[in-house]
Design a protein around this ligand. Structure first.
Ligand code: AMP
Ligand code: MG
Length: 354
Protein backbone atom coordinates (compact mmCIF):
# COMPACT_ATOMS: atom_id res chain seq x y z
CA UNK A 1 0.00 0.00 0.00
CA UNK A 2 1.25 3.48 -0.90
CA UNK A 3 1.22 6.00 1.92
CA UNK A 4 1.39 9.78 1.58
CA UNK A 5 1.71 12.43 4.28
CA UNK A 6 -1.63 14.23 4.47
CA UNK A 7 -1.82 17.74 5.93
CA UNK A 8 -5.21 18.85 7.24
CA UNK A 9 -5.81 22.61 7.32
CA UNK A 10 -8.80 24.61 8.42
CA UNK A 11 -9.86 27.48 6.14
CA UNK A 12 -12.57 30.06 6.81
CA UNK A 13 -15.23 29.48 4.16
CA UNK A 14 -16.55 33.05 4.17
CA UNK A 15 -13.16 34.71 4.22
CA UNK A 16 -10.47 32.24 3.12
CA UNK A 17 -7.03 33.09 4.57
CA UNK A 18 -4.63 34.01 1.73
CA UNK A 19 -1.58 32.24 3.14
CA UNK A 20 -3.44 28.94 3.56
CA UNK A 21 -5.00 29.14 0.08
CA UNK A 22 -1.53 29.87 -1.32
CA UNK A 23 -0.08 26.80 0.44
CA UNK A 24 -2.80 24.54 -0.98
CA UNK A 25 -2.41 26.10 -4.45
CA UNK A 26 1.33 25.37 -4.42
CA UNK A 27 0.58 21.67 -3.87
CA UNK A 28 -1.72 21.71 -6.93
CA UNK A 29 0.88 23.58 -9.00
CA UNK A 30 3.48 20.95 -8.03
CA UNK A 31 1.30 18.06 -9.21
CA UNK A 32 -0.19 17.10 -5.82
CA UNK A 33 -3.74 16.31 -4.65
CA UNK A 34 -5.88 18.55 -2.42
CA UNK A 35 -9.39 17.82 -1.11
CA UNK A 36 -11.52 20.95 -0.76
CA UNK A 37 -15.16 21.82 -0.08
CA UNK A 38 -17.58 22.93 -2.79
CA UNK A 39 -21.25 23.88 -2.50
CA UNK A 40 -22.24 20.32 -3.50
CA UNK A 41 -19.82 17.82 -1.87
CA UNK A 42 -16.07 17.78 -1.09
CA UNK A 43 -13.91 17.40 -4.22
CA UNK A 44 -10.46 15.85 -4.68
CA UNK A 45 -8.51 18.26 -6.89
CA UNK A 46 -5.42 18.04 -9.09
CA UNK A 47 -4.05 19.95 -12.09
CA UNK A 48 -6.32 18.99 -15.01
CA UNK A 49 -3.51 19.57 -17.53
CA UNK A 50 -1.04 17.20 -15.81
CA UNK A 51 -1.64 13.49 -16.49
CA UNK A 52 0.61 12.34 -13.65
CA UNK A 53 -1.28 14.53 -11.15
CA UNK A 54 -4.60 13.14 -12.40
CA UNK A 55 -3.23 9.62 -11.99
CA UNK A 56 -2.93 10.52 -8.29
CA UNK A 57 -6.70 11.13 -8.10
CA UNK A 58 -7.61 7.80 -9.72
CA UNK A 59 -5.16 5.95 -7.46
CA UNK A 60 -6.30 7.58 -4.21
CA UNK A 61 -9.99 6.98 -4.96
CA UNK A 62 -9.60 3.58 -6.61
CA UNK A 63 -11.70 5.08 -9.41
CA UNK A 64 -12.26 3.11 -12.66
CA UNK A 65 -10.15 4.67 -15.45
CA UNK A 66 -13.13 5.05 -17.78
CA UNK A 67 -15.07 7.25 -15.33
CA UNK A 68 -14.23 10.82 -16.45
CA UNK A 69 -13.60 13.74 -14.12
CA UNK A 70 -15.25 17.16 -13.98
CA UNK A 71 -12.91 20.11 -14.50
CA UNK A 72 -13.51 23.00 -12.12
CA UNK A 73 -12.66 26.54 -13.19
CA UNK A 74 -13.05 29.88 -11.44
CA UNK A 75 -13.54 32.19 -14.41
CA UNK A 76 -15.51 31.67 -17.63
CA UNK A 77 -12.45 32.71 -19.69
CA UNK A 78 -10.56 29.60 -18.51
CA UNK A 79 -12.88 27.50 -20.67
CA UNK A 80 -11.29 28.68 -23.94
CA UNK A 81 -8.10 26.80 -23.09
CA UNK A 82 -10.03 23.52 -22.67
CA UNK A 83 -12.74 23.24 -25.35
CA UNK A 84 -13.15 23.38 -29.14
CA UNK A 85 -16.08 25.78 -28.97
CA UNK A 86 -18.81 26.95 -26.61
CA UNK A 87 -22.34 26.43 -28.03
CA UNK A 88 -24.81 29.34 -27.68
CA UNK A 89 -27.03 27.14 -25.51
CA UNK A 90 -24.17 26.67 -23.07
CA UNK A 91 -23.52 30.43 -22.89
CA UNK A 92 -27.11 31.02 -21.79
CA UNK A 93 -26.85 28.36 -19.11
CA UNK A 94 -23.51 29.68 -17.85
CA UNK A 95 -24.96 33.15 -17.45
CA UNK A 96 -27.83 31.80 -15.40
CA UNK A 97 -26.25 28.97 -13.36
CA UNK A 98 -22.50 29.63 -12.98
CA UNK A 99 -21.08 29.69 -10.44
CA UNK A 100 -23.24 26.77 -9.35
CA UNK A 101 -24.03 23.04 -9.45
CA UNK A 102 -24.38 22.69 -13.23
CA UNK A 103 -21.74 20.73 -15.16
CA UNK A 104 -21.83 20.96 -18.94
CA UNK A 105 -20.26 18.67 -21.54
CA UNK A 106 -18.14 20.23 -24.33
CA UNK A 107 -15.93 18.94 -27.15
CA UNK A 108 -12.47 18.97 -25.61
CA UNK A 109 -9.38 20.39 -27.29
CA UNK A 110 -5.90 18.87 -27.32
CA UNK A 111 -4.86 20.53 -24.04
CA UNK A 112 -7.06 18.21 -22.00
CA UNK A 113 -5.31 14.87 -21.37
CA UNK A 114 -7.26 11.69 -22.18
CA UNK A 115 -6.92 10.44 -18.60
CA UNK A 116 -9.19 13.31 -17.44
CA UNK A 117 -11.99 12.39 -19.85
CA UNK A 118 -11.69 8.62 -19.54
CA UNK A 119 -10.75 8.51 -23.22
CA UNK A 120 -13.83 10.48 -24.38
CA UNK A 121 -13.52 13.36 -26.86
CA UNK A 122 -15.76 15.46 -24.61
CA UNK A 123 -14.99 17.18 -21.32
CA UNK A 124 -17.18 18.10 -18.33
CA UNK A 125 -16.74 21.60 -16.84
CA UNK A 126 -18.27 23.80 -14.14
CA UNK A 127 -17.57 26.80 -11.89
CA UNK A 128 -18.29 25.90 -8.25
CA UNK A 129 -20.12 28.35 -6.02
CA UNK A 130 -17.85 28.16 -2.97
CA UNK A 131 -15.24 30.73 -1.95
CA UNK A 132 -12.59 28.23 -0.86
CA UNK A 133 -12.91 26.33 -4.16
CA UNK A 134 -12.77 29.40 -6.40
CA UNK A 135 -9.99 31.15 -4.43
CA UNK A 136 -7.95 27.95 -4.59
CA UNK A 137 -8.46 27.56 -8.36
CA UNK A 138 -7.56 31.24 -8.92
CA UNK A 139 -4.43 30.98 -6.77
CA UNK A 140 -3.29 27.83 -8.58
CA UNK A 141 -4.08 29.59 -11.87
CA UNK A 142 -5.02 26.21 -13.34
CA UNK A 143 -8.12 24.24 -14.31
CA UNK A 144 -8.64 21.71 -11.50
CA UNK A 145 -10.11 18.27 -12.12
CA UNK A 146 -12.06 17.29 -9.02
CA UNK A 147 -14.28 14.23 -8.53
CA UNK A 148 -15.97 13.71 -5.20
CA UNK A 149 -13.38 13.15 -2.43
CA UNK A 150 -14.45 9.64 -1.40
CA UNK A 151 -13.26 6.12 -2.10
CA UNK A 152 -15.00 5.07 -5.31
CA UNK A 153 -18.37 3.46 -4.64
CA UNK A 154 -18.84 5.01 -1.17
CA UNK A 155 -21.24 7.86 -0.34
CA UNK A 156 -19.86 11.27 -1.35
CA UNK A 157 -18.36 13.40 1.46
CA UNK A 158 -20.37 16.30 2.85
CA UNK A 159 -18.16 16.80 5.94
CA UNK A 160 -14.37 16.88 6.28
CA UNK A 161 -14.49 13.80 8.55
CA UNK A 162 -15.83 11.75 5.62
CA UNK A 163 -12.82 12.82 3.52
CA UNK A 164 -10.45 11.95 6.37
CA UNK A 165 -12.10 8.51 6.78
CA UNK A 166 -11.63 7.69 3.09
CA UNK A 167 -8.48 9.48 1.92
CA UNK A 168 -6.18 10.26 4.87
CA UNK A 169 -2.71 8.92 4.01
CA UNK A 170 -3.51 8.83 0.29
CA UNK A 171 -3.55 12.52 -0.71
CA UNK A 172 -1.37 15.56 0.06
CA UNK A 173 -3.82 17.92 1.73
CA UNK A 174 -7.36 18.04 3.11
CA UNK A 175 -8.97 21.46 3.56
CA UNK A 176 -11.55 21.60 6.34
CA UNK A 177 -14.11 24.18 5.25
CA UNK A 178 -17.12 22.96 7.22
CA UNK A 179 -20.25 21.20 5.96
CA UNK A 180 -21.04 21.43 2.25
CA UNK A 181 -24.41 23.00 1.41
CA UNK A 182 -26.43 21.15 -1.22
CA UNK A 183 -25.24 17.65 -0.34
CA UNK A 184 -25.72 15.97 -3.75
CA UNK A 185 -23.40 16.44 -6.71
CA UNK A 186 -23.81 18.77 -9.67
CA UNK A 187 -26.24 18.16 -12.51
CA UNK A 188 -24.42 16.83 -15.60
CA UNK A 189 -25.99 18.28 -18.76
CA UNK A 190 -25.25 17.48 -22.39
CA UNK A 191 -25.75 20.62 -24.49
CA UNK A 192 -24.38 19.15 -27.73
CA UNK A 193 -27.80 17.81 -28.85
CA UNK A 194 -30.89 19.78 -29.97
CA UNK A 195 -32.68 19.22 -26.71
CA UNK A 196 -30.48 19.68 -23.61
CA UNK A 197 -30.20 16.28 -21.90
CA UNK A 198 -29.59 15.59 -18.22
CA UNK A 199 -27.07 12.77 -17.84
CA UNK A 200 -26.98 12.95 -14.04
CA UNK A 201 -29.64 14.81 -12.01
CA UNK A 202 -28.18 17.16 -9.38
CA UNK A 203 -28.21 20.53 -7.69
CA UNK A 204 -29.71 22.39 -10.67
CA UNK A 205 -33.08 20.77 -11.37
CA UNK A 206 -34.88 20.05 -14.65
CA UNK A 207 -37.43 22.68 -13.61
CA UNK A 208 -34.60 25.23 -13.23
CA UNK A 209 -33.32 24.51 -16.77
CA UNK A 210 -36.87 24.64 -18.17
CA UNK A 211 -36.89 28.33 -17.23
CA UNK A 212 -34.31 28.84 -20.00
CA UNK A 213 -35.26 26.19 -22.59
CA UNK A 214 -38.75 24.90 -23.51
CA UNK A 215 -37.61 21.24 -23.49
CA UNK A 216 -35.16 19.32 -21.34
CA UNK A 217 -34.72 15.53 -21.56
CA UNK A 218 -33.35 12.90 -19.19
CA UNK A 219 -30.80 10.45 -20.62
CA UNK A 220 -32.56 7.18 -21.55
CA UNK A 221 -30.52 5.27 -18.99
CA UNK A 222 -32.00 7.43 -16.20
CA UNK A 223 -35.56 6.66 -17.32
CA UNK A 224 -35.09 2.94 -17.75
CA UNK A 225 -34.70 0.30 -15.04
CA UNK A 226 -32.97 -1.93 -17.59
CA UNK A 227 -29.25 -2.08 -16.96
CA UNK A 228 -28.69 -2.79 -20.69
CA UNK A 229 -29.24 0.88 -21.64
CA UNK A 230 -25.73 2.35 -21.66
CA UNK A 231 -25.64 5.73 -19.89
CA UNK A 232 -24.00 8.63 -21.74
CA UNK A 233 -22.40 9.59 -18.45
CA UNK A 234 -19.98 6.71 -17.80
CA UNK A 235 -20.09 7.17 -14.01
CA UNK A 236 -23.79 6.33 -13.97
CA UNK A 237 -23.11 2.70 -14.83
CA UNK A 238 -21.24 2.00 -11.59
CA UNK A 239 -22.67 1.03 -8.22
CA UNK A 240 -22.30 4.14 -6.12
CA UNK A 241 -22.91 5.82 -2.81
CA UNK A 242 -23.13 2.42 -1.16
CA UNK A 243 -23.26 1.93 2.57
CA UNK A 244 -21.90 -1.39 3.88
CA UNK A 245 -25.42 -2.57 4.71
CA UNK A 246 -27.94 -3.68 2.12
CA UNK A 247 -30.38 -0.84 1.37
CA UNK A 248 -34.00 -1.41 0.38
CA UNK A 249 -36.24 1.46 -0.79
CA UNK A 250 -40.01 1.36 -0.28
CA UNK A 251 -42.03 3.32 -2.83
CA UNK A 252 -45.70 4.31 -2.85
CA UNK A 253 -48.33 5.71 -0.53
CA UNK A 254 -46.52 6.84 2.62
CA UNK A 255 -48.87 5.05 5.07
CA UNK A 256 -48.44 1.76 3.18
CA UNK A 257 -44.71 2.38 3.08
CA UNK A 258 -44.43 2.91 6.84
CA UNK A 259 -46.53 -0.18 7.60
CA UNK A 260 -44.52 -2.29 5.20
CA UNK A 261 -41.22 -1.07 6.63
CA UNK A 262 -42.41 -2.06 10.12
CA UNK A 263 -43.45 -5.53 8.91
CA UNK A 264 -40.09 -6.03 7.22
CA UNK A 265 -38.16 -4.64 10.19
CA UNK A 266 -39.80 -7.18 12.48
CA UNK A 267 -39.02 -10.02 10.07
CA UNK A 268 -35.35 -9.08 9.80
CA UNK A 269 -35.04 -8.55 13.57
CA UNK A 270 -36.50 -12.04 14.11
CA UNK A 271 -33.82 -13.34 11.76
CA UNK A 272 -31.22 -11.80 14.08
CA UNK A 273 -30.28 -8.83 11.89
CA UNK A 274 -29.56 -5.28 13.03
CA UNK A 275 -32.06 -3.08 11.15
CA UNK A 276 -31.71 0.64 10.35
CA UNK A 277 -34.67 2.73 9.26
CA UNK A 278 -34.26 5.90 7.18
CA UNK A 279 -37.26 8.05 8.09
CA UNK A 280 -38.42 11.64 7.62
CA UNK A 281 -39.65 14.26 10.12
CA UNK A 282 -43.23 13.38 9.18
CA UNK A 283 -42.85 9.62 9.84
CA UNK A 284 -40.13 9.18 12.46
CA UNK A 285 -42.59 8.43 15.30
CA UNK A 286 -43.97 5.43 13.43
CA UNK A 287 -40.75 3.47 13.88
CA UNK A 288 -38.61 2.02 16.66
CA UNK A 289 -34.98 1.03 16.94
CA UNK A 290 -32.11 2.45 14.84
CA UNK A 291 -34.10 5.26 13.20
CA UNK A 292 -32.28 8.14 11.49
CA UNK A 293 -34.20 11.15 10.19
CA UNK A 294 -33.17 12.25 6.69
CA UNK A 295 -35.03 15.54 6.77
CA UNK A 296 -38.40 17.15 6.14
CA UNK A 297 -40.57 15.89 3.24
CA UNK A 298 -41.86 19.44 2.77
CA UNK A 299 -38.27 20.71 2.47
CA UNK A 300 -36.47 18.25 0.17
CA UNK A 301 -33.30 20.36 0.29
CA UNK A 302 -32.85 19.19 3.91
CA UNK A 303 -33.03 15.60 2.67
CA UNK A 304 -30.40 16.23 -0.04
CA UNK A 305 -28.09 17.84 2.51
CA UNK A 306 -28.33 14.86 4.91
CA UNK A 307 -28.49 11.84 2.59
CA UNK A 308 -24.81 10.86 2.27
CA UNK A 309 -24.04 11.63 5.94
CA UNK A 310 -26.96 9.44 7.02
CA UNK A 311 -25.75 6.52 4.88
CA UNK A 312 -22.33 6.83 6.52
CA UNK A 313 -23.92 6.99 10.00
CA UNK A 314 -25.71 3.69 9.39
CA UNK A 315 -22.28 2.20 8.62
CA UNK A 316 -21.02 3.45 12.00
CA UNK A 317 -24.02 1.83 13.70
CA UNK A 318 -23.05 -1.45 11.94
CA UNK A 319 -26.59 -2.20 10.78
CA UNK A 320 -27.03 -5.16 8.44
CA UNK A 321 -29.96 -3.75 6.51
CA UNK A 322 -31.39 -0.27 5.91
CA UNK A 323 -35.09 0.20 5.12
CA UNK A 324 -35.71 3.56 3.45
CA UNK A 325 -38.78 5.56 2.47
CA UNK A 326 -38.69 6.98 -1.05
CA UNK A 327 -39.43 10.66 -1.49
CA UNK A 328 -41.13 12.71 -4.21
CA UNK A 329 -39.08 13.09 -7.41
CA UNK A 330 -40.00 16.75 -7.81
CA UNK A 331 -37.16 19.27 -8.06
CA UNK A 332 -34.05 18.17 -6.16
CA UNK A 333 -36.00 14.94 -5.34
CA UNK A 334 -34.94 13.57 -8.75
CA UNK A 335 -31.27 13.76 -7.71
CA UNK A 336 -32.00 12.35 -4.24
CA UNK A 337 -33.84 9.31 -5.64
CA UNK A 338 -31.12 8.79 -8.30
CA UNK A 339 -28.50 8.54 -5.51
CA UNK A 340 -30.72 6.41 -3.26
CA UNK A 341 -31.48 3.94 -6.05
CA UNK A 342 -27.80 3.59 -6.88
CA UNK A 343 -27.00 3.08 -3.20
CA UNK A 344 -29.73 0.40 -3.13
CA UNK A 345 -28.47 -1.16 -6.38
CA UNK A 346 -32.09 -0.80 -7.64
CA UNK A 347 -33.45 -2.83 -4.71
CA UNK A 348 -36.93 -1.31 -4.59
CA UNK A 349 -40.24 -2.47 -3.13
CA UNK A 350 -43.09 -0.80 -5.02
CA UNK A 351 -46.43 0.27 -3.51
CA UNK A 352 -45.24 -0.33 0.00
CA UNK A 353 -45.02 -4.04 -0.82
CA UNK A 354 -48.86 -4.27 -1.16
P1 AMP B 1 -17.91 12.86 -9.80
O1 AMP B 1 -16.70 13.61 -10.23
O2 AMP B 1 -17.59 11.76 -8.86
O3 AMP B 1 -19.00 13.76 -9.38
O4 AMP B 1 -18.42 12.20 -11.15
C1 AMP B 1 -18.41 12.94 -12.35
C2 AMP B 1 -19.58 12.55 -13.21
O5 AMP B 1 -19.53 13.31 -14.42
C3 AMP B 1 -19.57 11.08 -13.58
O6 AMP B 1 -20.88 10.55 -13.51
C4 AMP B 1 -19.07 11.13 -15.01
O7 AMP B 1 -19.52 10.03 -15.76
C5 AMP B 1 -19.63 12.45 -15.53
N1 AMP B 1 -18.83 12.95 -16.64
C6 AMP B 1 -17.60 13.52 -16.58
N2 AMP B 1 -17.15 13.79 -17.82
C7 AMP B 1 -18.11 13.42 -18.70
C8 AMP B 1 -18.22 13.44 -20.12
N3 AMP B 1 -17.26 13.92 -20.89
N4 AMP B 1 -19.37 12.95 -20.67
C9 AMP B 1 -20.35 12.46 -19.89
N5 AMP B 1 -20.30 12.41 -18.53
C10 AMP B 1 -19.19 12.88 -17.93
MG1 MG C 1 -18.33 10.75 -7.20
Amino acid sequence: MFRVTTEIININKDNPENDKIHKAAMILKNGGTVAFPTETVYGLGANALDSAAIEGIFKAKGRPQDNPLIIHIADINQIDNLVENVPVKARKLMERFWPGPLTMIFNKNKNVPHIVTGGLSTVAIRIPNHKIATELIKAADLPIAAPSANISGKPSPTHVNHVIEDLYGKINMIIDGGMTGIGVESTVLDVSCNIPTILRPGGVTREDILEIFPKVEYDLALKSNEKIVIPKSPGQKYTHYSPKAKLIIFEGNIDNVSNQINVRAEKYLDEGMKVGIMATEQTKDKYQGCVLVLGDRQKPKTIAANLFRTLREFDKMSVDIILAESISKEGIGEAIMNRMKKAADENIVVNGGG
